[in-house]
Design a binder for this molecule. Structure first.
Ligand code: MN
Length: 232
């Protein structure tokens, strides 16, 4: 698997509360939220728990789900201990590639796409107020993209006691690619534009760099993080 990644503070925000993880077959992005530097702590903590989790002992799907719950528990524990961190949370979108299968764990509005046969397939559903309204048929996709509550999350890691995580498994094929990104990219570029950049780039790293540049060219209104993987 060839992997490239880049994170950037963008052109407006004072700090970068996004982060990413690349660990063997495990890829993840996280977009933290909270006052002061709490968002950075939330995303960094969640990714650190995934980085240190002892994978390889049991079923990959069960281990990924357990790792995300461990990350959730750790973020809550830190928030409980430190008043400056109270209320912090983070999105977390993780992809684990093991034995020809893609295992997905997802909370929040960061995204995972499967890039296959010249098309991008979004494998995750955004957990935002606007996206939930669109899925329920109350508003259309175009309205959702401009909705005042498009950035308001309905689910995030580290907030409530119980965390519901979207889990999925997808069989992989030779030549497949993966794209993980935070909303700093997906709110400024549509799927067709992202696909165009992926198809033009010579390497996974060139693709990640070009996608971040696209978000910056559109104003860089948020932190932006991209991970691109191309399977052998
Ligand atoms: Mn964001």
């Amino acid at each position: 698997m060839e992997v490239g990644a880049r994170t950037h503070v963008g052109k407006v925000r004072p700090t970068n509360e996004d982060g990413y993880l690349i660990r063997n077959g495990l890829l993840a992005v996280a977009d933290g939220m909270g006052g002061h530097r709490a968002g950075e702590v939330a995303s960094g903590t969640a990714l650190a728990v995934l980085r240190e989790y002892p994978f390889g002992r049991g079923q990959p799907a069960a281990e990924l789900a357990a790792a995300v719950q461990a990350a959730h528990a750790r973020v809550r524990e830190l928030a409980h201990r430190d008043a400056d961190l109270r209320g912090m949370g983070t999105t977390l979108t993780a992809a684990l590639v093991a034995e020809g299968l893609l295992h997905v764990a997802h909370v929040g509005d960061s995204r995972l796409y499967l890039w296959r046969d010249g098309r991008l397939h979004q494998l995750t559903a955004d957990h935002s107020v606007a996206a939930e309204l669109a899925r329920a048929g109350h508003i259309d996709e175009a309205t959702a993209r401009r909705h005042p509550h498009r950035h308001v999350l309905t689910r995030a890691l580290g907030i409530d006691a119980e965390l519901e995580v979207d889990l999925a498994e997808v069989p992989l094929e030779p030549g497949d690619g993966l794209l993980l990104c935070t909303d700093g990219l997906s709110s400024l570029a549509d799927d067709g534009e992202m696909l165009g950049v992926l198809e033009k780039a010579a390497t996974a790293q060139a693709a990640a760099d070009a996608l971040v540049e696209l978000a910056l060219a559109r104003g860089g209104t948020d932190n932006v993080t991209v991970v691109v993987a191309r399977l052998d």
